[in-house]
Design a protein around this ligand. Structure first.
Ligand code: NAI
Ligand code: MG
Length: 504
């Protein structure tokens, strides 16, 4: 493996616009206004590329949460958003998308500072992805409709009946730190299209881009109270949102552990719930592949976003005839993925998001070594001037009992296993409590379709990985979640169906 000590891991200077944003007073966005918290508690904003504290955001109190929910409740109940002509909702959402686009460079920089992902990646993936969610869902605002059944006659008279799709109401939306703005837009776009109002809480590690988005809400023309954005901790502010009696629906992306807890808390009062949770996605490499294409593909499947991706291809299954070549090909990509500070234009992979995540990932790597796994590549941290860097890591000689094989690591760590035939790999791929994504690499169309049918996961990719299309549903089988986001199903998750039967 190449020696990478020549890379400077010193974070670069922030732009004046980003520095000014970080210097702002911590406040919450409620009812189209920036307001102070009811108390003084704040959360530190850390740059994971340096480990330095670079700002503060509010740690919302129960009173703050109640105030945001009350604003969303009032805005929903008087129909100031759901009652607008659908094309006005469409245009307002598109204006928000336009403003996001006009400020894309600042959003990408803030995301890089806050999360540690390369600014170039944020600019190429996160920000355009967020814009697409808004634009795609904006179109649904005018395409939501019910059904009319054939009129018929009963002894009491003629019967006329129809269904109406109504917005579900006030939504509590809680998102994680791996794709902060993209996850926020995945939540707010379908809710807005459906006519709902919302309170959004970004993750405590990454609040900056959600707050910057709030800056654009008034200019886009949203009525007060439709979009409320509060920052705070999960077990306090998040918990309050989930249990709040004036909330009708909870939408969450994050860990399976917290997803299960939120599901219990929300359904206690029969709130509607959608959950997008963890994964341990298989990447299957069949013997017929072009290794020169499949190996970098398998590397990208796990190392993109430092492996902090719900669909990360964290379990590699390569046919025994190509296993060694695939691992060699993946190891050859190490210099490309060598972690660098997020504002370094050469960076393809940044640090992990936090000290906590760094400890978690290194803990898994150590556990894997103790359990007898061998390190094919990485397994260590590079030299750096602070920050939470982990080298891209491949572990082999693993077995299905090891924690590195069973649990979501959420770091740049892949476990590699051999297989002999299709039956065996289908069984191995499904030997997990998760079912979010799966990648299959083969030129054989029949094998592709047979395996796609057998793998239990919400999405299957063929000769690619982690491709997302706003028009296509996304979500999990098994413990990877509940419901679907994106596409028609994405907006339907924010609608109730009312049946009206009238005897004329
Ligand atoms: P987490 O699931 O605790 O946090 C995600 C969001 O949930 C944050 O906004 C947090 O404030 C909120 N939250 C936490 N506890 C809550 C509660 N009791 N009620 C309401 N909201 C609550 O994830 P965490 O602790 O940051 O990461 C732990 C692990 O979770 C990671 O190592 C990774 O395996 C997994 N994860 C998976 C993600 C995915 O996209 N599937 C995203 C983030 C983490
Ligand atoms: Mg947590």
């Amino acid at each position: 493996m190449n020696e990478m000590t020549t890379i400077s891991r010193q974070q670069r200077a922030y732009s004046p616009a980003a520095a000014a944003f970080l210097a702002r007073k911590p406040q919450l966005f409620i009812n189209n206004e920036w307001v102070d918290s009811s108390h003084d508690a704040v959360i530190e904003v850390e740059d994971p590329s340096s480990g330095k504290i670079v700002g503060h955001v509010v740690d919302a109190s129960d009173k703050d949460v109640d105030r945001a929910v009350a604003a969303a409740r009032a805005a929903f109940d008087d129909g100031r958003w759901s009652g607008l002509p659908p094309m006005v909702r469409d245009r307002t959402m598109n204006r928000l998308a336009d403003l996001l686009e006009a400020n894309a460079a600042l959003f990408a920089e803030l995301e890089a500072i806050d999360n540690g992902k390369p600014m170039t990646m944020a600019g190429a993936v996160d920000i355009p992805g967020a814009i697409s969610q808004l634009r795609f869902m904006a179109g649904w605002a005018s395409k939501i409709s019910g059904e009319t059944t054939q009129p018929y006659t009963m002894p009491g008279g003629q019967v006329f009946s129809y269904t109406v799709r109504e917005p579900v109401g006030v939504c509590a939306q809680i998102v994680p730190w791996n794709f902060p703005l993209l996850m926020a837009s995945l939540k707010i776009a379908p809710a807005l299209a459906a006519g709902c109002t919302l309170v959004l809480k970004p993750a405590e590690q990454t609040s900056l881009t959600a707050l910057k988005l709030a800056d654009l809400v008034v200019e886009a023309g949203f009525p007060a109270g439709v979009i409320n954005i509060i920052t705070g901790n999960g077990h306090t502010a998040g918990d309050r949102m989930v249990k709040h009696p004036d909330v009708d629906k909870v939408a969450f992306t994050g860990s399976t552990e917290i997803g299960k807890l939120i599901n219990r808390n929300a359904t206690a009062s029969m709130k509607r719930v959608t959950l997008e949770l963890g994964g341990k996605s298989p990447v299957v490499v069949m013997p017929d592949v072009d290794v020169a294409q499949a190996a970098p593909g398998a590397a990208g499947a796990i190392f993109f976003n430092s492996g902090q991706v719900c669909v990360a291809g964290s379990r590699l299954f390569a046919h025994k005839s190509v296993f060694d070549q695939v691992l060699e090909g993946m190891a050859a990509t190490a210099p490309f993925w060598s972690p660098r500070p997020s504002l370094d234009p050469e960076a393809h992979m940044g640090p992990l998001v936090s000290k906590e995540q760094h400890e978690r990932v290194m803990g898994y790597i150590e556990a894997g070594k103790r359990d007898g796994a061998s390190v094919v590549m990485g397994g260590d941290v590079p030299s750096s001037d602070g920050g939470y860097y982990v080298n891209p890591t491949i572990l082999a000689d693993v077995n299905p009992q090891m924690s590195v094989v069973r649990e979501e690591i959420f770091g740049p760590v892949v476990v590699a296993q051999r297989f002999e035939d299709l039956d065996e790999v289908a069984r191995m791929a499904n030997d997990t409590c998760f079912g979010l994504g799966a990648g299959i690499w083969t030129k054989d169309v029949a094998v592709m379709h047979k395996l796609a049918a057998r793998i239990k996961s919400g999405t299957v990719w063929g000769n690619c990985h982690a491709m997302i299309d706003t028009a296509l549903p996304f979500g999990g089988y098994k413990e990877s979640g509940l419901g679907r986001e994106q596409g028609r199903q994405g907006v339907e998750a924010y609608l109730e169906t009312k049946t009206v039967i009238i005897q004329l």
